[in-house]
Design a protein around this ligand. Structure first.
Ligand SMILES: [Zn+2]
Length: 267
């Protein structure tokens, strides 16, 4: 079984699907995270070229944590548009990997790049099966199931999960993956949020600080979508889940019935 996530930046997927990705790999499957942009706008001190190089290396190390792969495409950060060129590049990538499950962002988001990446996945979906589009790469005979990963945006429609998976056992790996994006989690994001002074200098203390932040962040989906967890794991285990990942089925992919949904999202 293969899962592919397509986001806009290196670090978009980790908190929302890396537990599921780790589970795929643990079961002999494959997982690829794609960043459509090279992330070269996300810093307050580095120049774009240097930042792009650094982020590519951070992404490579993040994927290594779970034994997956990170593909960072070379499009400018903060300038992503759902263009035909990028769409066809993604169609080629998706067809070559042939995922059973394709994950993306909803086109409802504060960040224009995230909206563009979400739209690109939807724009690519039907065309995955059209031979005259990207005739150099064989079509997918079977449309993958396409799902959105969790986000917190409410308008015009909030995220409505169809399935949630418990990922407690992958908490450390997920946090370590995210922590590989040092230019972001220890530098740019705290700077942008006006809290750079809260980041400890000592490496161990810094990791402790970040792991605590991950605890809060990763527990949100379990708290919000407890009903889905109870449905899936029963009242006892469902109540105890601390960290979960939730997914909403996109109407443009193959529509899975309950047995296939369970297979694609192993408990
Ligand atoms: Zn992002």
């Amino acid at each position: 079984m293969k899962v592919m996530f397509i986001g806009a930046h290196p670090d978009d997927g980790e908190s929302r699907m890396a537990g599921l990705a780790a589970r795929y790999i643990e079961r002999g499957g494959e997982a690829v995270l794609v960043s459509v942009s090279n992330g070269n706008a996300g810093h307050h001190q580095l120049q774009p070229d240097e930042l792009a190089r650094r982020r590519k290396e951070e992404a490579r190390r993040a994927a290594e944590v779970i034994g997956g792969e990170y593909i960072v495409l070379d499009h400018d950060d903060a300038r992503l548009t759902p263009s035909v060129e990028v769409r066809e590049e993604l169609i080629g990538l998706i067809r070559e990997f042939r995922p059973d499950l394709l994950l993306g962002l909803r086109p409802v988001d504060y960040h224009a790049d995230h909206r563009a990446a979400g739209t690109l996945v939807m724009d690519a979906s039907y065309l995955l099966t059209v031979p005259l589009v990207r005739p150099d790469v064989p079509i997918m005979e079977r449309m993958p199931v396409i799902c959105y990963v969790y986000d917190r945006f409410q308008k015009p429609l909030p995220f409505q999960p169809d399935v949630a998976v418990a990922v407690d056992e992958y908490f450390e790996q997920k946090a370590r993956m995210l922590a590989c994006h040092e230019s972001q989690v220890y530098e740019w994001i705290p700077f942008n949020g006006g809290m750079l002074d809260q980041v400890p200098e000592d490496e161990d203390k810094r990791w402790e600080w970040f792991r605590e932040r991950c605890r809060q962040r990763f527990s949100r989906a379990a708290d919000l979508f407890r009903d889905k967890l109870l449905e899936r794991y029963g009242p006892e285990r469902g109540r105890e889940v601390q960290y979960a990942e939730a997914f909403e089925v996109c109407e443009y992919g193959r529509q899975p019935g309950p047995p296939e949904l369970e297979e694609l999202f192993p408990a």
